[in-house]
Design a protein. Structure first.
Length: 332
């Protein structure tokens, strides 16, 4: 069975390596070693990876500095981002039957970001964009980011909304205490809190009217929905009546949002996500190299789901959402 994974990261030579806090094997796999990446894909039976450049993934104690290259409010981000996308395009072209890519954008300059998304999709063949966290302490419901959202909707490509480290002042208040700093760093990031910031980000976009203004906008989030499935009914009961929306929050979460498994290989959480959002909304992903593809595939293969559901999760939903070619790739 063909298997497509969507949250698969790579670092680029033009980007400073902020991943010193990761183990050396993980850091090595982030670098553009095509042979190693394909070997890991083949060992797990993964057919296609959709790559994303890992610019917005700093050391937890360097969040503001590391996010600056892509979230800068001046023009400095534009040439950096263009170079990263060109490098990513070169990597994709080495094996166009195995790789696609999400564009990196200079999101701190929304007009330039919209133009770069149009270039990346139209000229480089990218299938969407990945945006990580807030931008200058603002969420994507801020009207200033409308050009990016309009470009994605107009091109009919999704935004993959990925978590990012919290602003320093938030981290200082919430994630420092009577425990080792490394525990607070993980608590505020991948271990817990950045998942909930991402779910908040999605809810803000809904109640801010983003999807009413742009009903064709498509957003993907990872980690089995970043906790949204657990809070779905509460949001409809308590937030929706106050939000002046034309339909319940749950409707947006099943019409405009898609979900990947990235690194969340847990049966109970999967069952809840499937129950809340439906089997047509969930796509298998690994979160390579931070999660092990073999572990992910072993979990995916043991899921108690009908063959048709497994195929949707493996490739059919992603193929349709990203408009991926399923036969011979025309870019050969």
């Amino acid at each position: 069975m063909r298997i497509v994974t969507l949250e698969e990261h790579v670092n680029r030579p033009s980007a400073k390596d902020y991943m010193g806090w990761q183990s050396e094997p993980v850091r090595a796999k982030l670098l553009p070693s095509v042979d190693q990446r394909i070997a890991d894909m083949d060992a797990a039976g993964i057919s296609v990876q959709v790559l994303s450049a890992l610019l917005p993934a700093p050391r937890p104690d360097d969040a503001a500095e590391a996010l600056a290259p892509v979230q800068a409010l001046d023009e400095s981000a534009i040439p950096i981002v263009r170079a990263v996308n060109e490098e990513l395009h070169e990597l994709v072209c080495v094996h166009p039957d195995r790789f696609f890519a999400f564009a990196t954008l200079p999101v701190g300059r929304p007009a330039a970001a919209a133009a770069e998304l149009e270039r990346a999709v139209g000229e480089l063949g990218f299938v969407g964009t990945m945006i990580a966290g807030t931008i200058g302490d603002r969420f994507l419901d801020d009207p200033e980011f409308t050009p990016i959202l309009e470009a994605a909707a107009g091109l009919d490509v999704p935004i993959y909304l990925h978590p990012a480290p919290p602003p320093k002042r938030v981290a200082d208040i919430y994630y420092q205490g009577a425990f080792p700093p490394r525990v607070g760093q993980m608590l505020g990031n991948a271990g817990f809190a950045w998942h909930f910031e991402t779910s908040l980000h999605i809810v803000r976009m809904i109640i801010g009217g983003v999807f009413d203004r742009l009903p064709g906008l498509k957003v993907i989030i990872g980690h089995l929905g970043e906790g949204l499935s657990f809070h779905l009914h509460r949001l409809d009961r308590l937030v929706y009546p106050l939000a002046d929306l034309p339909k319940p929050i749950s409707r947006y979460l099943t019409e405009n949002i898609w979900y990947t498994t990235s690194g969340y290989f847990f049966n109970d959480q999967f069952a809840l996500t499937r129950a809340m959002f439906g089997e047509d909304r969930i796509m298998f992903s690994v979160d390579y190299p931070f999660a092990d593809p073999r572990e992910g595939i072993e979990w995916f293969n043991q899921l108690d789901v009908p063959a048709g559901v497994r195929e949707k999760m493996a490739c059919k939903t992603a193929d349709q959402l990203l408009r991926l070619p399923t036969g011979n790739d025309p870019r050969h």
